[in-house]
Design a protein around this ligand. Structure first.
Ligand SMILES: C[S@@+](CC[C@H](N)C(=O)[O-])C[C@H]1O[C@@H](n2cnc3c(N)ncnc32)[C@H](O)[C@@H]1O
Length: 287
């Protein structure tokens, strides 16, 4: 071969047939609740192509054979779920919720009324932007409200995003919604001009604990009535309606009476039998 040898372009053309899609869809719906109608076949195919390539497999049939006939699911299940989940998020996404937290919830939970730290759970926290947004708000509040302390937990089913959450390194575009006064105080900037990144400062990183939790599990390993506030946003939309109601019922068990629940603006809990009162668009209070 010469230095000018022809470059070989490897393209990956594996296709996902209906039968294999149906098997994958059934597993995904059962294990993490995400609805997989036939229209999502292309999406699944696209998302799993790279995984097949990493495993050195030529076809989806080989992949499904490995998963469902050779016991591969035990090892591969977690990668499959990581590849399928949609992790879109941002700092201060759906900002009205954070305005509500600052203007209504925090004053209502004045520190003198708290015997314990103010506790927040971000269920389905993706790469951590939502939980860190809450941490920034609570840290700022604590600076002017002596004796106010807080705990924040972020959970997700996707192990990859949990790792990214702990690293807390993001593209600078993700903090465009963060008020200026907080950008300098709470974020560090990389000095790499080729690939600029920002990182959440250590104080805020240390204020949030991240862990694995599948909202489809029968029970969550959390004390009853533990949290003052739960964010469960932009995940219910991927579940069917009965599953949404089951998940919200379980979440309510861990919300203390008088506590607040935020769901995504595009999500609804109307008509569900839950111990909640609607107090603002996509904001509920436990009775
Ligand atoms: C679109 S993101 C929402 C992130 C954040 N809550 C927000 O609103 O910006 C949805 C997240 O739900 C997670 N997820 C999907 N199924 C789940 C399940 N069964 N249990 C827990 N998390 C799940 C995904 O991994 C993903 O990170």
């Amino acid at each position: 071969m010469t230095a000018t040898a022809q470059r070989v372009e490897w393209t990956y053309t594996a296709n996902l047939n209906e039968r294999d899609f149906a098997r994958l869809a059934e597993f995904i719906e059962q294990s993490c609740g995400i609805k997989m109608p036939p229209a999502k076949r292309c999406l699944v195919e696209g998302r799993l192509r790279k995984r097949l390539r990493d495993l050195g497999m030529d076809s989806f049939s080989d992949y499904c054979h490995y998963l469902f006939e050779q016991g591969g699911l035990i090892e591969e299940g977690v990668y499959l779920i990581d590849a399928i989940t949609t992790n879109k998020t941002d700092f201060f996404r759906e900002p009205k919720h954070f305005a509500h937290l600052i203007e209504t919830v925090l004053p209502a939970f004045h520190p003198h009324r708290l015997e314990h730290p103010f506790r927040v759970w971000c269920a389905a926290s993706s790469i951590g932007a939502e939980a860190y947004t809450v941490a920034i708000i609570l840290d700022d509040y604590a600076r002017s409200s002596r004796s106010f302390t807080f705990e924040i937990v972020g959970t997700d089913i996707c192990t990859e995003v949990l790792e990214q959450s702990r690293d807390a390194i993001y593209p600078p575009t993700m903090i465009e919604m963060v008020p200026h006064k907080w950008r300098h105080r709470y974020f560090l900037r990389s000095i790499d001009t080729q690939k600029p990144t920002i990182r959440v400062c250590p104080e805020i990183r240390n204020a949030v604990q991240f862990g694995y939790l599948n909202l489809m599990d029968d029970r969550y390993p959390i004390e009853a009535e533990y949290f003052d506030v739960v964010f469960c946003r932009n995940i219910l939309i991927y579940f069917d309606r009965p599953t949404q109601e089951i998940v919200l019922k379980k979440i309510c068990r861990h919300l203390r009476p008088g506590g607040f629940l935020y769901i995504g603006h595009g999500e609804s809990a109307t008509g569900m039998s839950l111990p909640l009162t609607s107090v603002a668009p996509s904001v509920f209070r436990k009775g």
